[in-house]
Write a protein that binds this ligand. Structure first.
Ligand SMILES: O=P(O)(O)OC[C@H]1O[C@H](O[C@H]2O[C@H](CO)[C@@H](O)[C@H](O)[C@H]2O)[C@H](O)[C@@H](O)[C@@H]1O
Length: 202
């Protein structure tokens, strides 16, 4: 009997800690849990296991310190990466007498992030905004995707397209020469990549 009482006491404490740690109100179901605790002759030592499994399957616990550190991290990130829109005057001031070049990421910037990478289309409105921007400043789209793929999404001539994380760059309609200019620092590694692929297949 003494042992059973101890089990009940442990389990009750566990329940309280569980509720306090999770910052949840003790759920309505807890009254039936308390009944279970009282009728330990029926449930015996399984109660502790039950509470442990409840704890394990509970939603992510609300830990004020973790949340605070996440918020601190976010505030620090925003402090070091302020929104350009909120600093428009400073940008205009700092860029006086300088050539502005726009470097735009594609996925998650010009297009929304979607499940299927082949379905990450940019909106017509966004395309218009990029076209408009490119009429004022040299504009480059920099992507981890291959250049052809990112071009098939953007479909705007006269921009600089840097695909494969900058390993394959094409300047369409270069202002000086009027020609397409390619810069492919990755090309010297192509034979090595082919060799690695063949070895991998073998
Ligand atoms: O440099 P980015 O233009 O931002 O490209 C980075 C990667 O973007 C793509 O993946 C991401 O977007 C997908 C579509 O929204 C999404 O399904 C995926 O979860 C994201 O990681 C692209 O598929 C990668 O090849 C790029 O490296």
């Amino acid at each position: 009997m003494v042992k059973q009482n101890l089990v009940i006491s442990d389990a009750s404490i566990s329940l309280e800690i569980f509720a306090a740690e999770s910052c949840l109100e003790v759920p309505a179901a807890s009254s039936s849990i308390m009944k279970m605790l009282k009728s330990e002759s029926q449930h015996g030592g399984k109660i502790t296991t039950f509470v442990a499994s409840m704890r394990n399957s509970s939603p992510t616990r609300f830990r004020p310190t973790e949340v605070r550190s996440e918020m601190d991290e976010q505030i620090s990130w925003v402090t070091h990466h302020p929104s350009a829109l909120g600093m428009f005057d400073q940008i205009v001031h700092a860029s006086r007498g300088k050539q502005i070049v726009m470097f735009l990421d594609y996925d998650g910037t010009l297009s929304p992030i979607v499940q299927d990478p082949d379905g990450a289309f940019m909106s017509d409105e966004m395309r218009e905004a990029v076209k408009d921007t490119a009429s004022y400043f040299p504009t480059a789209i920099v992507s981890g995707r291959c250049r052809d793929k990112v071009y098939s999404f953007v479909r705007l001539a006269g921009l600089i397209y840097a695909g494969s994380h900058g390993m394959d760059i094409e300047v369409g309609d270069d202002k000086k020469s009027g020609e397409d200019v390619s810069f492919q620092p990755g090309s010297e590694f192509l034979s090595m990549i082919d060799e690695v692929c063949i070895h991998d297949i073998d």
